[in-house]
Design a protein around this ligand. Structure first.
Ligand SMILES: NC(=O)c1ccc[n+]([C@@H]2O[C@H](COP(=O)([O-])OP(=O)(O)OC[C@H]3O[C@@H](n4cnc5c(N)ncnc54)[C@H](O)[C@@H]3O)[C@@H](O)[C@H]2O)c1
Length: 256
């Protein structure tokens, strides 16, 4: 307990899955959390749960594909705390279909949600986080995917934009780590969340097959497997870690 004491963390996608687990773990470890999501009901429920458990969290309903909503998240954070120390971009969507079925709308949605919103969030918050005396205590974690490093059928635009945010995040260390901000990437493998394709969620046979053939550890990931990594990367235990891309995938990248 207390590994995130003193941190003020903005986390996106807190309504579900990894963003929710990260916000909950950060708060349990002492961070004050500002959680954003466009799903108001789910996002508010996460924040209510954190506050009921004795943590401190605020929810901001925001569609991060809109620049004015990104500004809204920033304004709430600044009004409430004056600054932030930690940013985790987790909100994302998956488009999973054959290449020739991918259309322009899929391209725009994936670009705006999984790439441009991450950029806008960093452009909004990095100026608040750069402090010469930060000594690496301020940091960004962007959630990419093993789809950014391992070819995966039917996730063509998704994998390409995940690779883009992965590289951009690591590139940004050259400019921002000298200014005290660490930037790292987490590349999760298959974690059971609402993003998991329905046919997988509803089929114990497919899940058993994936445990056998996809993850060498023999189970699919849970959101908290990723939250542990985000907590480490954003805590002061990681003040010498920047430009890392953490593959947390139950061994999936090592399988054929
Ligand atoms: N689940 C996995 O297996 C897996 C694997 C690799 C990477 N990821 C990545 O992890 C991140 C989180 O995924 P997840 O599994 O938790 O998915 P999820 O669907 O459970 O949660 C995503 C959350 O993002 C929110 N969101 C989506 N678009 C938004 C927008 N425009 N503005 C604000 N909020 C928005 C949704 O409302 C939802 O609450 C994503 O970036 C995803 O690509 C997930």
């Amino acid at each position: 307990m207390g590994r995130m004491e003193g941190k003020i963390a903005v986390v996106t996608g807190v309504g579900s899955g990894l963003g929710k687990a990260i916000a909950e773990m950060f708060a349990a470890e002492g961070a004050k959390v500002i959680g954003a999501d466009f799903n108001a009901e789910n996002g508010q429920a996460t924040v209510d749960g954190i506050n009921a458990a004795g943590g401190e969290a605020t929810f901001v309903q925001a569609n991060l594909r809109l620049k004015e909503d990104v500004e809204k998240v920033k304004n709430v954070a600044v009004e409430k705390y004056g600054t932030i120390t930690t940013l985790v971009n987790s909100a994302g969507i998956l488009v999973h279909k054959h290449f020739l079925d991918h259309n322009d709308d899929d391209y725009t949605k994936i670009d705006e949600t999984n790439f441009r919103a991450y950029i806008w969030m960093m452009q909004a918050f990095l100026p608040l986080m750069t402090k010469e005396n930060s000594h690496g205590k301020n940091s960004v974690v962007n959630i990419a995917s093993i789809s950014s490093i391992k070819p995966e059928s039917d996730a063509y635009y998704y994998g390409a934009f995940k690779a883009a945010i992965d590289l951009m995040t690591r590139n940004l260390t050259r400019e921002f780590s000298p200014q005290g901000v660490r930037l790292n990437v987490i590349c999760p493998g298959p974690v059971t969340t609402s993003m998991t394709p329905k046919e997988v969620l509803e089929s114990p046979e497919i899940q058993a097959d994936m445990c056998k053939h996809v993850c060498s550890i023999g189970r699919l990931g849970e959101a908290k497997d990723i939250a542990y990594a985000a907590t480490y990367l954003c805590s002061d235990e990681a003040t010498w870690v920047t430009g890392a891309h953490f593959v947390i995938d139950g061994g999936a990248c090592m399988m054929g």
